[in-house]
Design a protein around this ligand. Structure first.
Ligand SMILES: Nc1nc2c(ncn2[C@@H]2O[C@H](COP(=O)(O)OP(=O)(O)OP(=O)(O)O)[C@@H](O)[C@H]2O)c(=O)[nH]1
Ligand SMILES: [Mg+2]
Length: 418
C-alpha cells in the first residue's frame, strides 16, 4: 500500500443526527476512491469554527495524527468553504478535501459514457469555480506535486482561471445538450409508445442493476441487453431502459439508474438531471434496498431525501428488500403489502417481484371486446399497440379482446361489442 493512499477522515458530530452512519459512509466513499482510512477524528462542538471548521485544538490534533500515520490528506465529512480549506491547509501544511469533492472524484472515475463524463466534468468545474483564488493560492502549486493529480477535471487549478472555467462549462454544456438531444429523441419515442414506466431507484450497491439483469434473464435468452453490475459504489452512472414483455400482460418499461448516497452534491444532481428524469417520469418506483445491511433504515431515508431533492414526491412505490438470501431466517420470497423480500440472484423470487410490479401497474386495467372496422387503419394501429388477448374476424372487421388502461377503455368504449 502506497503511503499517499492513506487518509484521515474527520467530522463534527453534532451536525448530523446519524454521525456514525455518515462517517461510515464517508469511509466507504474513500475506499471507492481507491484510498484507505488510517484514522478517524471527531469533534463534539455545538458550532463549527467559521474560519477553520474545526476548533484550533482539534486542528493541531489532526496535524499530529497525520504526522503519526504519515498521512498528508484529510477528508472532511461536510462541504467546506474555499476559505476554510485555505485556512486549514495553511495551519497544517496538509491537504484537505471535502465530502463533495470526494464524491465528484468517485463519479469521475466511474463515468464511462460521454453523457456521464460531461455531466461529471460540468459538476466538477462548477464546484471549482468559487474555489479558485484570484491571486493564486500557493498551496495549489503543492497540490500538483502532492499526488492529487485527479483533483478537478484533469487540469491543475492554476492552469485555469475563472473566465476559462466558465467558458469550458459553457462548451461542455453545449456538448451535453447535443448528446442528450439524441437520447431525448429516443426517450420521446418511448414516451409516445404510452407504455407504463417503472424505475428502479435506491442506495448505491443495493442491487438495482442485478435486479434488472435478473428480470431480463427471465424474459430473454440473450445477454446483449444486460447492464453493468459490480460490487462497488456508483457502478451505474447512466440510465438504461428496457422493455419488459410478458405473455398475456401489457408491456412496461423498466429503468435502472445512478444510485444514491447521503448529501449527493447539488451540482451533481443538477448535472445529472436528464439521467434522473426517468425516475421523475415513472408511473411506479421500485426502491431497491439491501436487506442485509444493518444501516438499511438510514439508506432508505437517504433515498427518500434524494428523491425529494430531485423533486419526486407522492409517487407509488414498492419496497424491494433485495439480498434477503444474506439475512437470517430467509426461506424464500415473501410479499407483504407493498414490501417484497427477495434476492436478485434467485430467478423464482424475481418472478414474484415482476408479478407484484404488474399487479401494482395494472390493477385498474380492464378487459374489453371491440370491433375494429377493416377500413379504419388509424384505429387498427392504435389497437395494435395495446395488449391483445385474442383476435378473430367477422364480415365487418376484427374483433379484439384487449386488456387496457382506464384511459384506453374510455376511448374504446365507442367500439365496444358484447
Ligand atoms: N448475495 C447477494 N448479492 C447481491 C444480490 N443482488 C446484488 N448483489 C450483489 O451486490 C453488488 C451490487 O450490485 P449492483 O446490481 O451493481 O448494485 P446497484 O444498486 O446497481 O449499484 P450502483 O449502480 O452502484 O448504484 C454486486 O456485487 C451484486 O452481485 C442478492 O440478491 N444477493
Ligand atoms: Mg447499478
Amino acid at each position: 500500500m502506497e503511503e499517499n493512499n492513506q487518509v484521515i477522515i474527520a467530522g463534527v458530530s453534532h451536525l448530523q443526527e446519524d454521525f456514525d452512519y455518515s462517517m461510515n459512509e464517508l469511509a466507504q466513499l474513500v475506499n471507492a476512491n481507491n484510498q484507505e482510512v488510517a484514522a478517524q477524528v471527531r469533534q463534539n462542538i455545538d458550532q463549527i469554527n467559521g474560519k477553520t471548521y474545526f476548533g484550533s485544538g482539534k486542528v493541531q490534533e489532526i496535524k499530529q495524527l497525520a504526522q503519526y500515520h504519515n498521512v498528508t490528506l484529510i477528508i472532511v465529512n461536510d462541504e467546506l468553504t474555499p476559505a476554510q480549506v485555505r485556512n486549514l491547509e495553511k495551519a497544517t501544511q496538509l491537504h484537505f478535501l471535502d465530502r463533495t469533492e470526494l464524491i465528484l472524484q468517485v463519479f469521475a472515475q466511474r463515468a464511462h459514457s460521454r453523457q456521464a463524463q460531461l455531466q461529471v466534468a460540468i459538476a466538477q468545474l462548477q464546484y471549482q469555480l468559487p474555489r479558485i483564488h484570484p491571486s493564486g493560492n500557493p498551496l495549489d502549486q503543492q497540490r500538483g506535486q502532492g499526488g492529487l493529480a485527479n483533483r478537478g477535471a484533469g487540469e491543475s487549478q492554476l492552469e485555469l482561471n475563472r473566465r476559462t472555467i466558465r467558458q469550458r462549462i459553457t462548451k461542455l454544456k453545449q456538448e451535453l445538450q447535443h448528446v442528450e438531444k439524441t437520447l431525448t429523441t429516443q426517450s420521446t419515442r418511448r414516451q409516445n409508445s404510452r407504455l407504463p414506466k417503472v424505475a428502479l431507484v435506491g442506495y448505491t450497491n443495493a442491487g438495482k442493476s442485478t435486479t434488472l439483469n435478473g428480470i431480463l434473464d427471465l424474459i430473454t435468452d440473450h445477454d446483449s441487453k444486460k447492464v453493468f453490475v459490480k460490487d462497488q459504489l456508483f457502478a451505474t452512472l447512466d440510465t438504461s431502459i428496457r422493455k419488459i414483455t410478458l405473455p398475456q400482460q401489457p408491456s412496461f418499461l423498466l429503468s435502472d439508474t445512478v444510485g444514491f448516497v447521503s448529501k449527493l452534491p447539488h451540482n451533481l444532481i443538477e448535472a445529472f438531471k436528464s439521467t434522473l428524469a426517468e425516475a421523475k417520469n415513472a408511473d411506479l418506483l421500485v426502491q431497491v434496498i439491501d436487506a442485509s445491511d444493518s444501516q438499511r433504515q438510514q439508506m432508505m431515508q437517504t433515498t427518500q431525501q434524494t428523491l425529494l431533492e430531485i423533486g419526486i414526491t407522492n409517487k407509488p412505490m414498492l419496497y424491494a428488500y433485495n439480498k434477503s438470501d444474506l439475512t437470517p431466517n430467509y426461506h424464500g420470497v415473501e410479499v407483504a403489502g407493498n414490501n417484497i423480500y427477495y434476492s436478485a440472484l434467485q430467478p423464482s423470487s424475481l418472478k414474484t417481484l415482476i408479478q407484484l410490479i404488474c399487479q401494482k401497474l395494472f390493477d385498474k386495467y380492464q378487459t374489453i371486446k371491440v370491433l375494429v372496422p377493416f377500413n379504419n387503419s388509424q384505429l387498427n394501429q392504435y389497437v395494435n399497440q395495446l395488449t391483445i388477448q385474442s383476435q378473430s374476424y367477422n364480415n365487418d372487421g376484427t374483433i379484439y379482446h384487449l386488456l387496457v388502461s382506464p384511459t384506453d377503455y374510455s376511448y374504446l368504449a365507442a367500439y365496444q361489442i358484447n
